[in-house]
Design a protein around this ligand. Structure first.
Ligand code: GLA
Length: 376
């Protein structure tokens, strides 16, 4: 990927710049909990966005995207926002850096990536984090890593129309090889968890049903949660109990009630999974993953037929845990599979899915990797 990026950099701008990269992410459990002030359990993966970047001494940013095969130039004032959605991520990162008192001037960049788009692996967070990290480094702004993640999140809110939580950008920036992270999204305290489940593999099965959060009902889900939290009188749903939810049942819509029921259940599940992981009890971890899947499908309603099929198939194949991963509305399932069942599960998932939906799912074995960094 590096040599391909450099070839294009030379072609468009001549000479050479510095390389930066940031990863996509998985999430073991804790879905739609981040914007509810609750817990998530993500890790960065070995799929990234990489960019070659160099200051150009002007007030213009010039960027070429290899994967989209598109070139964009924009200025750094609010009114200079580009119309191309991919370029708005980069523009947003520049603006959010400036809003935090950071310096950004013109630069040239070429980027490419191998985070599958629309698979729920946070390709957009990887793009934001790559540029947030690079700009911070090049202009020596001294913005800390948490705030770099916030820059990506604010970019989504203010320039891309997705009111996302902090999980994706946090994982993309802070990821550490071989470790998952348990993040408390209210206090922003986090802990690295070494993750090497002996005898099991983690694998993603990508339905290739395209997921796109902007324009999807993602923001509606968030609004539902906020309405219920307000009805109960708590800041975040994380602070609410099932009893409190029950007590406002006649004040909230049936739909909002279901959304909150899922979130309150998911908060307990993340904590139960942490405890089980500490004991090496992967059977419990897996059982909770299935509970999350069906909660996301039946109560939160962010699954789809193809992903429900993959979860059912996983269960039939004896897979320990399986659930839809990420925001939903398509994308991947994450599967915890015993070593000895791995090959037969993958074979059955490919064949069964192909027969039903006319194409094979894509399989990605999970390798937990480092987050944002300057490449040597
Ligand atoms: C998307 C968002 C995250 C999070 C997940 C669901 O990936 O960007 O903030 O809400 O959905 O867990």
């Amino acid at each position: 990927m590096k040599s391909q990026i450099h070839e294009q950099f030379e072609k468009h701008f001549g000479g050479e710049g510095s390389f930066y990269a940031s990863s996509g992410r998985i999430n073991l459990i804790g879905e739609h909990t981040d914007y509810n002030g609750s817990f998530v359990f993500p890790g960065a993966i070995d799929k990234c966005i990489m960019a070659e970047i160099r200051k150009n001494g002007t007030d213009k940013v010039r960027v070429f995207s290899i994967d989209i095969n598109d070139y964009v130039e924009f200025g750094l004032n609010e009114e200079d926002a580009p119309s191309q959605s991919w370029a708005r991520y980069i523009f947003g990162v520049c603006r959010e850096t400036i809003k935090r008192g950071g310096k950004v001037e013109g630069f040239d960049a070429v980027f490419a990536g191998n985070v599958p788009l629309g698979a729920g692996l946070s390709s957009s967070a990887a793009l934001e984090s790559t540029f947030a990290f690079a700009i911070n480094d090049m202009w020596e702004n001294g913005i800390d890593k948490f705030e770099l993640a916030r820059i990506g999140q604010s970019t989504e809110h203010n320039y891309c129309g997705v009111k996302c939580g902090i999980m994706d950008q946090f994982a993309s920036v802070m990821g550490k090889k071989g470790h998952l992270m348990r993040l408390d999204c209210r206090s922003m305290e986090f802990e690295y968890f070494p993750f090497d489940p002996k005898g099991y593999k983690l694998v993603l099965v990508d339905s290739r049903v395209k997921h796109q959060l902007s324009g999807s009902p993602y923001n509606d889900r968030r609004n539902s949660c906020e309405r219920v939290a307000a009805a109960i009188g708590v800041e975040f749903l994380r602070e609410a109990t099932m009893e409190q939810l029950e007590s406002v049942k006649d004040k909230v819509s049936e739909e909002d009630y279901m959304r909150a029921e899922y979130v309150i259940g998911e908060t307990s599940r993340v904590l139960e999974v942490c405890e089980a992981l500490q004991k090496g009890d992967y059977e419990t971890v897996g059982a909770k993953m299935y509970e999350t899947h069906w909660g996301m499908s039946k109560l939160y309603e962010v699954s789809c037929e193809e992903l429900d099929y993959l979860a059912e198939l996983a269960k039939e194949c004896g897979v320990t845990g399986c659930r839809i991963m990420g925001g939903g509305f398509g994308g991947c399932t994450i599967n915890l599979v015993k070593d000895e069942l791995y090959d037969s599960f993958i074979e059955k998932a490919k064949a069964g899915f192909n027969e039903k939906y006319g194409h094979e799912p894509q399989i990605y074995p999970v390798v937990i990797s480092d987050g944002a960094h300057k490449c040597c």
